[in-house]
Design a protein around this ligand. Structure first.
Ligand code: SF4
Ligand code: SF4
Length: 153
């Protein structure tokens, strides 16, 4: 009876849960949601790709006279962000010199297939399965020199 009393008491309390996904809680200011990139402002400097510790950004660039200045500059023709690897550390956002990659309020990164989590932004799709930063081959350590034998007395 005591337990049933507690159940009945809470039955008529104000609800503290929401019927997600119909009703979503507002995100906090500066929360880190899924990334997006403004391709019109991207200068294809590759800094975000290089700094990403999880290798989730791949950029394909080519030289192109996009602004009609007569000079061919690097242009990002392909840009993919793989949400299945991203840990939302924001390093790519901090390093971008033109602030064109940033977090949105979107946080529902889910799919039935891992490859569907790779979001394409450029005009040419980039294969997300290719690691953009192949492992750097380390130079073999030099063999330790044998200690010199002490001259015989
Ligand atoms: S937030 Fe971090 S893990 Fe995600 S793409 Fe940017 S640098 Fe990589
Ligand atoms: S750091 Fe910014 S400008 Fe440079 S490639 Fe990445 S998104 Fe583009």
């Amino acid at each position: 009876m005591k337990g049933m009393g507690i159940t009945l008491k809470h039955l008529f309390d104000n609800k503290v849960t929401r019927q997600y996904p119909e009703y979503k809680k507002e995100t906090f200011e500066r929360s880190r949601g899924m990334l997006t990139v403004d391709m019109d402002r991207c200068i294809a400097c590759l800094q975000c790709m290089r700094i990403c510790p999880d290798h989730c950004i791949s950029i394909e660039q080519e030289k192109r006279d996009a602004d009609g200045s007569g000079k061919a500059k690097p242009y990002a023709v392909g840009f993919v962000i793989d949400d299945s690897r991203c840990m939302y550390c924001s390093l790519c956002v901090e390093v971008c010199p033109v602030n064109c990659i940033y977090h949105t309020e979107e946080f529902e990164a889910q799919a039935y297939n891992r490859l569907e989590l790779a979001r394409q932004f450029g005009e040419r799709p980039v294969d997300p399965t290719i690691d953009p930063k192949p492992a750097v081959k380390k130079k073999p350590k030099a063999a330790k020199k044998a200690p010199k034998k002490e001259a015989a007395a």
